[in-house]
Design a protein around this ligand. Structure first.
Ligand SMILES: Cc1cc2nc3c(=O)[nH]c(=O)nc-3n(C[C@H](O)[C@H](O)[C@H](O)COP(=O)(O)OP(=O)(O)OC[C@H]3O[C@@H](n4cnc5c(N)ncnc54)[C@H](O)[C@@H]3O)c2cc1C
Length: 572
């Protein structure tokens, strides 16, 4: 089969620990250089924390895996300096169509609203994402020590530290760390080594992935067929990827023989029946997959943190695997950085589990529901499914019941113990716990984006468009706030006089969308966490309230962690 992509081969370097007697200690060791492990290392590096990343391989992922990357993932990647190559290479899409038998039953638009830097979705092969992440990690090589062909073979997890044994072509060595981040994938060996489980459901169905290269006239949309004439009684999904590669997923049923189905002579007739007899294509990749939805009961074990597929796994419908993983790392990195620097109690880390259990449950619920709709388990479910599809063609109410995969959405931590005060007169969709929304702005007279001004630190978005003289009168209070909170920056809509404050950026509301989306009026403010989630908001904000909300966001009101150690910041 021809391939458009040549996997890079990354070099193995002899680890220095092989030549010393002592077990060296580091703040953070990460197992796995897939999307989750690399993202974690980059996020931590940007927040001043060094890590060692160990991977048992020496390349990015082989073959066809994730392709759909959601808006929130792109925003996270933008904060990490990785979004631009993804946007440049990826195929942007936001429309989808659903077909039942031979007719279209409805279409949808995931982002009907203008005024966002990144689109609703891009399609990009996972190997490109990983390559861009490796490039970014290499650019941060002072903080990220990326070790290829270093396989973790044993783990000794204690409440206060972890020791890992690493196997290389030159022999074995051991590393000790304050925190071990485990991102070794769905079949996590580290999870097994610690006798931990990921619990859930295996689905009895098989899907064939056929990636074909063709110059086709299909629009760049997500097309999903239920029971189409060219593949009766099953479903089919079509997505365009870069390099003229098209991903086709054929549902096969549980009884299908994976080895037979992967053979080119069996795939070609399926694809040809779908595309038409005269369409020329080359088969680039074929695999048959089954899937599961499962998660660990607790993502934290002593000072070992599970992330990505190692912590939670979903079926591909809804593209919630890597996208959910990115949101988990976004949640953990800022907390871990602050605990390691002694700026937050270790109890803050427990909220990685509480907030992300909520995210994982939401992802599992959505992908389980989609899977149940796509592969009905009984005659009655099938009847219901087909009736909904019939009705959807004519009646809008039935469209909300059609489920060909509820695509990955940003998680909202609305019940988080870290949330501060809410002012319910402000827009309901931006309640504390929700990720901040983008909007176009002007910065130094140039076009820019709101989200690019947020993240990595706490930010107070303050509407300083107060009556003449009042903004200046508020300046000493704001200056005192900034002095007392070194982790806080100020983002001001309003008068130039406030730009003289330290760590303060003045923005203009280019198209009025910041005011509109955030419901801003003079004196109002949003406190935004380092992961761009809203921590608290006020129609009229005052210094003490902001200080209390930052302390709350840092977990200072939480019960002490059972093995709390304060700031155990150890440099490598
Ligand atoms: C068919 C399919 C389609 C998908 N489509 C989508 C999609 O469209 N959108 C989406 O968001 N997600 C999708 N996913 C899910 C996505 O691929 C995963 O969620 C993602 O790869 C998880 O990343 P990870 O870093 O957690 O794990 P992995 O990608 O599995 O990476 C784990 C890494 O750990 C390394 N490793 C393992 N053991 C060790 C060890 N002992 N020592 C050192 N290193 C080790 C491995 O070599 C690997 O590099 C899809 C998955 C499949 C199978």
């Amino acid at each position: 089969m021809p391939t458009t992509y040549k996997n890079p081969v990354y070099p193995y370097r002899r680890p220095p620990e092989l030549d010393v007697q002592d077990v060296r200690h580091y703040p953070v060791v990460i197992v796995g250089a897939g999307p989750s492990g690399l993202t974690a290392a980059i996020d931590l590096a940007q927040q001043g924390i060094s890590s060692i990343v160990l991977d048992d391989n020496n390349t990015v992922s082989v073959g066809s895996r994730a392709i759909c990357f959601a808006k929130r993932t792109l925003e996270i990647m933008d904060r990490l300096g990785c979004a631009q190559p993804m946007l440049d290479k990826g195929v942007t899409w936001q429309h989808g169509r659903v077909f039942f038998q031979e007719r279209e039953v409805y279409d949808f638009n995931l982002l009907p609203e203008e005024g966002h830097r990144v689109p609703a979705f891009i399609n990009l092969q996972q190997y490109y994402l990983e390559e861009y992440l490796v490039n970014r990690a290499d650019a941060l090589s002072e903080q990220i020590n990326l070790r290829w062909l270093n396989k973790v073979t044993a783990v000794d997890s204690q409440p206060s530290h972890t020791v890992v044994t690493v196997s290389t072509q030159d022999g074995d060595y051991r590393l000790s760390c304050d925190y071990l981040l485990v991102a070794d994938g769905a079949n996590s060996k580290i999870r097994d080594m610690l006798s931990l489980e990921s619990k859930g459901q295996i689905f009895q169905d098989r899907f064939l992935i056929a990636d074909v290269i063709m110059k086709a006239g299909f629009p760049t949309e997500r097309w999903f067929w239920f029971d189409p004439p060219f593949h009766p009684n099953q479903s089919v999904l079509l997505h365009k990827q870069p390099d003229n590669v098209w991903r086709i997923d054929f549902q096969l049923g549980w009884d299908a023989d994976p080895e037979e189905e992967k053979k080119e002579e069996n795939i070609r007739p399926r694809v040809q029946a779908m595309l038409g007899a005269d369409v020329e294509f080359e088969l680039e990749w074929a695999s048959v997959y089954t899937f599961r939805c499962r998660k660990m009961d607790n993502f934290i074990h002593n000072s070992v943190f599970f992330m990505g597929d190692a912590a939670h796994q979903v079926s591909p419908f809804g593209a919630r695997g890597a996208n959910g993983g990115a949101q988990g790392i976004d949640n953990l990195a800022w907390k871990l950085a602050r605990v390691l620097k002694g700026e937050a109690p270790e109890a803050l880390l427990d909220t990685y589990n509480t907030e992300r259990q909520h995210g994982a449950k939401e992802n599992i619920l959505n992908s389980t529901r989609a899977t149940d709709f796509i592969t009905p388990k009984s005659r009655i479910s099938r009847l219901f499914r087909d009736s909904v599809l019939e009705l959807a063609e004519h009646y809008p109410f039935a469209r909300s019941l059609v489920n060909s995969g509820r695509l990955s959405m940003p998680c909202r931590y609305e019940d988080s113990p870290l949330n501060g005060p809410d002012d319910v007169s402000l827009p309901a969709e931006l309640r504390p716990g929700t990720p901040a929304k983008d909007a176009p702005i002007r910065l130094d007279g140039q076009h820019a984006w709101l989200l690019n001004q947020l993240g990595n630190r706490f930010v107070l978005l303050f509407d300083g468009r107060l009556p003449t003289g009042e903004a200046e009168a508020r300046a000493p209070e704001l200056a005192a706030l900034l002095e007392a909170q070194p982790d806080l920056d100020l983002l001001v809509l309003g008068p130039a006089s406030l730009a003289r404050l330290p760590r303060t950026t003045l923005i203009e509301d280019a198209d009025g969308l910041v005011s509109q989306r955030y419901g801003l009026s003079a004196g109002a403010a949003y406190l935004i966490r380092p992961d761009q989630h809203i921590a608290a908001r006020w129609s009229e904000c005052h210094r003490d309230a902001v200080v209390q909300a930052i302390n709350r966001s840092l977990g200072k009101q939480l019960a002490p962690h059972s093995h709390a150690q304060g700031g155990r910041y150890v440099t490598a």
